[in-house]
Design a protein around this ligand. Structure first.
Ligand code: NDP
Length: 333
């Protein structure tokens, strides 16, 4: 039984020294209501960087010396709850470890006949629901509207643009590098994708966004913050809506001031932040739609899969720098 603990809190940028891998024999004793799960996949997500710090945040900091928090998909080895039996495939929050003993109430059984197990951590899991919620409940675009999404090739962004297209919108992505932008346009079917790395300053990036959005920006799904966000904000149409989902540009200690708060007034923007876990009532409908779209091949996604638990810290730190291409997972089989 391998586990990765949070060993120390990062001072500025996180490093592999903040993590510790420990190994011990698997304790198979279960109390009533507990389930033992062998993990097949661990999900690596940007929010984990926030949990490593003890700065004030919407989520409590992850305690030192304990297993890193994380979403997992795996197989039930043994169960003392009547809802689960050995062999069931489940998703839960088992953390950065090869096995977990968890309360049955934290697990959800999944059907892998039409949707692969790993997708339940991505397009048909928390990132997919995040995309669904921000797009349909906050931006709520009308057909014909232009929706821009940053980190467009990623787990959340890729779903945002495809759902926007399915609702008759013009979908414009922002991503780092020609390969990611090509994928967003050609494989995911966005109308355009701007490579922010081609632009050194705000003016130049903002011009590229204007070219990709000839009718202005009606909805912005923001995943990044900083210059990338500012460059879209200046192109917003009156009464545009901004769903503030994440600000990954600032997660690893970098300051991300917002350049144009006055635009909220001048363009009469509606700007709303959200945390997907606070809207459990929407999850069933979102997962149903996302599951059906993936099962029928209408929603595409891509994964970057690191091999073995010991590769998790490096894969996680790489994701914060954009080294992932699509949903970042760790294969623990
Ligand atoms: P991704 O799969 O999109 O991976 C992160 C991507 O962010 C990288 O691949 C990189 O893409 C981009 N990125 C990293 N640093 C920068 C930077 N400095 N400037 C621009 N882009 C950068 O991750 P997710 O889809 O899982 O998450 C996307 C966002 O959604 C995150 O901000 C996350 O915190 C947020 N989120 C919010 C939730 C909520 O409830 N509010 C729930 C889930 C996610 P590139 O190479 O293109 O730069």
């Amino acid at each position: 039984h391998q586990r990765i603990l949070l060993a120390s809190r990062p001072k500025a940028e996180a490093s592999t020294a903040n993590f510790e891998l420990v190994e011990a024999p698997l304790d198979e004793h279960l109390d009533e209501g507990q389930v033992l799960v062998k993990h097949h996949f661990l999900s690596l997500d940007p929010y984990m960087r926030g949990r490593m710090s003890d700065a004030k945040s919407y989520a409590a900091p992850q305690p030192l010396g304990e297993v890193m928090v994380g979403g997992t998909a795996g197989e039930v080895l043994a169960s003392r709850d009547r809802r689960f039996a050995a062999g069931d495939l489940v998703v839960g929050m088992g953390g950065w470890q090869t096995h977990a003993k968890v309360s049955a109430s934290t697990l959800r059984k999944v059907d892998t006949s039409r949707v692969p197990l790993s997708a339940y951590l991505g397009a048909v899991g928390m990132p997919g629901v995040t995309a669904w919620y921000g797009l349909t409940q906050i931006i709520a675009p009308k057909p014909g509207a232009t929706v821009v999404v940053s980190a467009a090739s990623g787990a959340v962004g890729s779903v945002v643009g495809q759902l926007a297209k399915a609702r008759g919108c013009r979908a414009v992505g922002i991503a780092g590098g020609p390969e990611k932008c090509g994928y967003v346009r050609d494989e995911l079917g966005f109308d355009a994708c701007v490579d922010y790395k081609e632009h050194r300053d705000l003016q130049s990036l903002s011009r590229a966004i204007a070219e990709a959005c000839p009718d202005g920006v009606d909805g912005l799904f923001e995943n990044v913050g900083g210059m990338v966000m500012d460059a879209v904000m200046v192109r917003t149409s009156p009464f545009a809506r901004v769903a503030v989902c994440g600000m990954i540009a600032g997660y690893d200690g970098q300051p991300i001031p917002m350049a144009f708060p006055q635009l909220i007034l001048t363009n009469r923007l509606r700007v709303e932040g959200f945390i997907v876990s606070e809207h459990p009532e929407h999850w069933p409908a979102a997962l149903k739609e996302l599951g059906e779209l993936v099962a029928t091949g209408k929603l595409k996604y891509r994964e970057t899969i690191a091999k073995g638990l010991s590769s998790a810290p490096e894969a996680f730190l790489g994701m914060l720098k954009g080294k992932n291409f699509g949903k970042q997972l760790v294969d623990l089989r």
